[in-house]
Design a protein around this ligand. Structure first.
Ligand code: SF4
Ligand code: SF4
Length: 385
C-alpha cells in the first residue's frame, strides 16, 4: 500500500471499496486544503470542484492523472513527512485497480495483471508455431520458399482466412474494451450526453493529442530526479502517432484490396508501405524510449504501477513494429514465411491482450479528459448543463 498515511488511516475509511481508494480520499482531502499544486495538471482543478469523494470520483481523478511526478517533487508533505502525501503513487494504484474493475470478462484482468508479460509472449509464440507448423506440414516450400509479387503473403495463409482470424481477434478486443468503457462511464456517474458533446470531445482530443497534462504545469515531466524533461512526452507521442500511422497503413491496404483489387505486398513507394514504415519507426523508438524512462524512473514514482502490464504492452508494440519492418526488408527472401508467421503471432497476441493491459490507460484517460472539459464548461456557464 502506497502512502500509509498518518496514524495508518489508509484502509480505515469504511465507505471505500479498497485501501487505495481510502488513501486517495485522504490525500485529496489534504490537497483540497492546501491547493499548492492547482496549476500543475487537470487533477487538482477537478478535485477542487468536490468536497467529498466517492469511489467513482476517485477513479475519475486517478485516470485523469498523467503520472508526470511534479506534485510528488513539489509537495512539502511528501514522504518522509508524517502526512506521507504521495499523490502519483496512490493515484497510480487506484488507476491500476480500476483497470481490473472495468475489465471484461473480469476474471481475465487478474490473470493478466499477474502474468501479463508471460501470457502475451506465450500467446505470440503459440500462434507463430501453429501457423508455421501447419504451413510446413502442408507444404514446406510455402514456408521456406521465395515468394514475390502481388498475393505473395497469401501463399502462407489465404487472405480470407487471415481476415477472419484477425478480424475476430480485433472485434473481440473492441467489444471487451467497449464493455470496459461502459463500466468506467457508469462508475464515474457522468451523463451519457457528455460523450456526445462536441466541445468537450474537441477539448479532450486536443489535450490528449498534445499530452498537455504530462508537462508538470509547463516545466516538463519528472522522471529519474527533480529535473523536468520532455522525454516521456516525446516517446509517448512517437508510440501513439506511430500506432495511428500503422493503423492508417492497414486501413489503406484494406481499401486497396477491396476497392482497387490490389493485393499486398505493395512497392516501397506505395501509400500503405510509406505509412507503415513511418509508423513502424515511431513504434520502435517510442516504446524503447518509454522502457528506458521506466527503467530510470525514481523508485518513489514507480510505486503503484504494475511493471508486468506496462512492459508487456510496450514489448508487444515493439515486436509488432520490429517484425513488420523486418518483413518489409526481407519479404523477397526465404525467411519471409517464418517472419510473416511471427508477425501474425505477435499481432494476434497484441489484439487479444489489449483489453487487459496498459493499452486501456489511453482510453480511460481520454474519457476522463472529456469529463474534465465538460466540468470546466459547467463551472464557467452554470446554467448550461
Ligand atoms: S500534493 Fe502536496 S503540495 Fe500539492 S496540493 Fe497536495 S498537499 Fe499540497
Ligand atoms: S498529472 Fe502529475 S501533477 Fe497531476 S496528479 Fe498526476 S502526477 Fe501529480
Amino acid at each position: 500500500m502506497v502512502g500509509a498515511g498518518p496514524a495508518g488511516t489508509a484502509g480505515s475509511t469504511p465507505h471505500h471499496a479498497t485501501a487505495a481508494l481510502a488513501e486517495a480520499d485522504r490525500l485529496m482531502t489534504v490537497c483540497n486544503s492546501c491547493r499548492y499544486c492547482e496549476g500543475l495538471c487537470a487533477v487538482f482543478p477537478a478535485m477542487e470542484m468536490r468536497r467529498s469523494f466517492s469511489d467513482g470520483d476517485l477513479n475519475y481523478l486517478a485516470n485523469l492523472c498523467h503520472n508526470c511526478g511534479a506534485c510528488y517533487h513539489d509537495c512539502q508533505f511528501s514522504p518522509p513527512h508524517e502526512y506521507a502525501v504521495h499523490v502519483p503513487a496512490t493515484l497510480a494504484q487506484v488507476r491500476t485497480e480500476s483497470y481490473a474493475q472495468y475489465a471484461w470478462p473480469r476474471a481475465f484482468a487478474g490473470l493478466f495483471a499477474r502474468n501479463g508479460l508471460v501470457i502475451a509472449v506465450a500467446l505470440a509464440l503459440a500462434v507463430t508455431i501453429f501457423i508455421a507448423g501447419f504451413v510446413a506440414w502442408t507444404d514446406p516450400f510455402v514456408l521456406f520458399g521465395v515468394h514475390v509479387g502481388p498475393g505473395a503473403f497469401y501463399r502462407l495463409m489465404p487472405h480470407n482466412t487471415m481476415v477472419a482470424i484477425f478480424g475476430l481477434a480485433m472485434l473481440y478486443a473492441v467489444f471487451a474494451i467497449g464493455m470496459g468503457v461502459r463500466a468506467f462511464w457508469r462508475d464515474i456517474g457522468e451523463p451519457e450526453a457528455t460523450l456526445r458533446d462536441p466541445g468537450s470531445l474537441w477539448q479532450a482530443l486536443k489535450d490528449a493529442g498534445s499530452l498537455r497534462h504530462l508537462d508538470g504545469g509547463g516545466a516538463g515531466c519528472m522522471n529519474e530526479n527533480e529535473r523536468p524533461s520532455d522525454r516521456r512526452r516525446l516517446h509517448h507521442h512517437l508510440t501513439f502517432y506511430g500506432f495511428m500511422l500503422c493503423f492508417a497503413a492497414t486501413s489503406t491496404a484494406t481499401l486497396y484490396h477491396y476497392l482497387l483489387g490490389m493485393q499486398a505486398p505493395y512497392p516501397w513507394y506505395d501509400l500503405p508501405v510509406l505509412l507503415g514504415t513511418a509508423g513502424g519507426i515511431g513504434m520502435v523508438i517510442g516504446p524503447i524510449g518509454l522502457l528506458r524512462e521506466k527503467w530510470r524512473r525514481d523508485p518513489g514514482l514507480r510505486q503503484g504501477t504494475p511493471v508486468g502490464m506496462d512492459v508487456a504492452f510496450l514489448l508487444m508494440l515493439l515486436l509488432t513494429s520490429l517484425t513488420g519492418l523486418a518483413l518489409l526488408v526481407l519479404r523477397a527472401t526465404p525467411v519471409m514465411g517464418l517472419l510473416l508467421a511471427l508477425h501474425l503471432g505477435v499481432v494476434f497476441a497484441l489484439f487479444v491482450t489489449m483489453p487487459y493491459g496498459k493499452f486501456v490507460h489511453g482510453i480511460y484517460r481520454f474519457l476522463a479528459l472529456v469529463r474534465a472539459a465538460k466540468e470546466r464548461h459547467r463551472e464557467l456557464a452554470p446554467g448550461d448543463r
